[in-house]
Write a protein that binds this ligand. Sequence first.
Ligand code: UDP
Ligand code: MG
Length: 212
Amino acid sequence: MLSRVLCQVARYFNKMVPEVVFVLGAPGAGKGTQCSLISKEYDFVHLSAGDLLREERQRPGSEYGEMIEQKIRNGEIVPVEVTCSLLHKAMQKSGKTRFLIDGFPRNKDNLEGWNREMSDKTKLLFVLFFECSKELCTERCLGRGAAGSGRSDDNPESLHKRFNTYLKDTMPIIEYYDQKGLVRKINAEVAPNEVFKYVKNAFESSGIQIVN
Ligand code: UDP
Ligand code: MG
């Protein structure tokens, strides 16, 4: 209650409220690659929901380890209570105020959970949406697997499931934000430095400056 009031006061003065950019796109579209490029030049902390879940899976004593592994391998989405609390903790730990949230929200449960817990503690600036064909994304993920990504889901079987989840569950979330005028579509089928040029345009047209 108190934090809600404080947050509203902070928002009233238009400062201190953490700002977020959601980064969405098919598996292998290049979300992680672009987020690391962005965080080098802009004052945004890169938080990958998938990486946070993989870290939690490895944490000794985690009560969620097995469930997370099973979901990841099957290309299913972990319940939002787990993901949202990992994101929230990472935001607080960083001590920063601007975040790229990579690979989240991925379904209705994620969206509703975020809206319940975080939407009045944060300001959503926009959603970066990396558009890339299924063929190219598959090629990239399998390439990443063959090159030793060590990920238990970079194999043809998991990928097939991840894609189905993406089409069935994540696309409606992107459409939801698109209807609100918040989606910045990026052509992600070209080389990373070319994609990054489009990303920079999106940041620039939202009035966000390079800092490094
Ligand atoms: N995942 C999830 N919730 C999230 C983000 C990821 O459950 O908010 C799980 C899901 O099983 C997904 C996997 O983690 O398939 C890998 O996600 P990541 O974003 O790392 O994969 P990418 O899309 O970047 O290939
Ligand atoms: Mg990723």
